[in-house]
Write a protein that binds this ligand. Structure first.
Ligand code: ADP
Length: 612
């Protein structure tokens, strides 16, 4: 089972796990990439033969003619060798092109595929994870690791098949050198050791800078993309926040530049050392082979073959080392993705289903709760029973724990102590999907999306307008919606559509109310739903809501105590507990009561006005 323990990041690189995962994704979604790799493997081996072995025979044929042999005796073999060389080059290029085409298309497809998978996971992980900066960094690492660092399927398979191809090539090259000039192998091994050493250092430098950039990239992403959302526009201008954003951007740009510059200087140094060691080895090999030719120990054709084989030995070994290092680096990136995908999806799920077409009882039994990574209890020992079809108002000062009470009821968090029951069953026993059907919730910090009005209400474009109109009428937004350029299909915000509109605060709130009404669930929560509405609109909404939620269990959190008169009972939250409970009239009887004081304070301006 996936547990919270998975959240702690492990430092080991599970190469096998990553390879298995990427092979599985390729086989499941794009098995044709294996054909592309097989083509490239075969073409590469045939090309090695063409580059290393064929020139030896060609040189020997030409030298024989040069040394006085009858040309006609060699012509047929010379023509055959030239045609074979050109044929391998021509068909090799065509086949290679086809394989690359298949791979590029697959790479594009996988890029999209993994971004969608990451997005799906970010929408289904435990809600508490979405408030954890460590998780947000992890999500960013997963996205970047699977995108422009090309850590995904083709990136990994490319390296894997490069290792396989080069090992096969290396076996061929070693066989050739063993029989003609074995000392070349020793020089080359030294060259490879130097290459591995310096290349390893380069990869470490690159990985370090990737990790250092993750946080800075996330902040950058926030500054540049999320703030391009027009809904932030007013605050930015009115509070002159652009100054802050400019400063933050340039600070993080400076940080990023430092990281990139540091990386460039360090990798360049290692590159120079690597090239120098390679130069010395090549010099020694040429001296050795030249000496053998002079001493008639090998032919000119052998010399040519050994030089090419020696170069290919280096190329194969470097390619293997590079691919192994690259596969380890990419495995690290893919591992960031796998770590993110292993985050627990939502709270432990039960299996019980819910009955929608009946009212429900809600009970909090000695519930205490503190937020993750916080030591302070936000709710302490809260007990309350909300019977079938009761309309309960929750009031209290800011920070009293009212919204947290609703969040716990929605199972966005698990209680720390105690239990919450719906129809006498612990809410943990309900299946997650089923449980969510029970509630229509309107939080004070609801979000509208840059989609059409209809999609914002129904989360689907294929809903008849009549159904949308019904809830718009109830929410008091119908007349306004009729005046929009494309009516219910008008986009909210201009992010994707020039005819998009910026709704007023009240219109946004009514849209969110219409969304809650559309869901038509048996339990309704409204968390300060009318904060942005004028008193008239607020009274209208409450009356309509009361009609609409008539037979349902409903909980209102309201800062306007006058609206509590629509409710059957009122619970007064203070310092994480329910301090007073009763009807408006009962609570007004409590001498020095919290509710009485809050109500009197709110009513005072109106009363003063009436007196004047
Ligand atoms: P209310 O709705 O009554 O204004 P809340 O339930 O929103 O109060 O908040 C109660 C307390 O919990 C406050 O002290 C608030 O700072 C804290 N709180 C709210 N959300 C979080 C969170 N995600 N992480 C940590 N503390 C939180």
């Amino acid at each position: 089972m996936k547990t919270k323990a998975n959240l702690s990041s492990k430092n080991s690189i599970p190469v096998r796990k990553v390879l298995k995962n990427m092979f599985y994704e390729a086989a499941k979604n794009r098995p044709i990439v294996f054909l592309a790799y097989f083509i490239q493997f075969s073409v590469s081996l045939i090309r090695k033969f063409q580059i290393i072995v064929l020139p030896k025979f060609l040189i020997e044929e030409l030298l024989a003619v040069y040394n006085g042999d009858e040309p006609s005796a060699h012509l047929q073999r010379i023509v055959f060798l030239v045609v074979l060389t050109l044929g391998i080059m021509f068909f090799g290029n065509i086949l290679d092109g086809i394989a690359n085409w298949i791979k590029n298309l697959s790479q594009e497809w996988f890029n999209e595929y993994f971004q969608v998978k990451i997005n799906q996971q970010s929408m289904s992980i435990d809600f508490e994870c979405t408030e954890n900066p460590q998780v947000l960094d992890q999500m960013n690492k997963a996205k970047e690791g699977m995108d422009w660092y090309s850590g995904n399927v083709c990136g990994i398979l490319d390296q894997f098949f490069s290792i396989v191809t080069n090992i096969a090539g290396l076996i061929g090259v070693i066989t050739i050198l063993m029989f003609s000039s074995p000392l070349v192998i020793i020089f080359q091994i030294f060259s490879i050791a130097c290459f591995t050493f310096f290349n390893n250092k380069i990869k470490k430098i690159e990985l370090e800078s990737f990790k250092n950039l993750a946080k800075s990239n996330r902040i950058f992403g926030y500054l540049f993309f999320e703030l391009s959302d027009f809904s932030y526009g007013k605050d930015i201008r009115l509070y002159d926040a652009s100054n802050l954003f400019t400063k933050l951007s340039s600070k993080h740009l400076d940080d990023q530049t430092c990281i990139w510059t540091d990386r460039l200087i360090k990798t360049k140094k290692q590159n120079y050392k690597m090239n120098f060691s390679n130069l010395i080895c090549n010099f020694l090999i040429f001296c050795y082979l030249g000496y053998k030719v002079i001493k008639n120990l090998i032919t000119i054709g052998d010399f040519s073959m050994c030089v090419t084989a020696s170069n290919d030995f280096t190329n194969c070994c470097q390619a293997i080392v590079q691919s192994v290092q690259e596969i380890l680096k990419r495995t690290n990136y893919v591992n960031e993705y796998l770590k993110f995908m292993e985050y627990p999806v939502a709270l432990p799920k039960g299996t019980k289903s819910v009955v929608l077409d009946k009212p429900h009882t809600i009970e909090f039994k000695n519930v205490s709760f503190k937020y993750p990574r916080s030591e302070k209890y936000v709710l302490q020992n809260v007990s309350i029973k909300i019977p079938n079809a009761q309309h309960l108002a929750i009031v209290g000062l800011n920070g009293a724990g009212k919204t947290t009470f609703i969040k716990l009821l929605c199972r966005l968090y698990d209680v720390t102590d105690g239990e919450i029951l719906i129809d006498d069953i612990n809410i943990k026993e309900y299946s997650d999907d089923e449980y969510r059907k029970l509630f229509a919730v309107l939080f004070q910090d609801f979000k509208l999306l840059a989609f059409s009005l209809k999609e914002n209400i129904a989360f689907s474009p294929e809903v008849p307008d009549s159904q949308i109109d019904d809830v718009l009428k109830l929410a008091g937004l119908y007349q306004d919606a009729q005046k929009l350029p494309k009516k219910n299909d008008t986009c909210i915000y201009k992010s994707f559509d020039e005819t998009g509109v910026e709704l007023s605060g009240g219109q946004k709130q009514k849209t969110a109310i219409a969304r809650a009404l559309y869901k038509n669930s048996p339990i309704v929560f409204l968390d300060e739903p009318t904060a942005a509405l004028d008193p008239l609109a607020e009274a209208e909404i409450y009356e309509d809501f009361n009609k609409m939620v008539g037979g349902k269990t409903a909980i209102y959190i309201s800062h306007r105590l006058s609206s509590c008169k629509f409710c059957d009972q009122i619970a007064v939250f203070s310092e994480g507990n329910i301090k007073e409970y009763g009807t408006h009239d009962q609570l007004m009887q409590i001498p020095d009561g919290i509710y009485k004081e809050m109500f009197t304070t709110q009513a005072k301006p109106y009363l003063d006005k009436q007196e004047n």
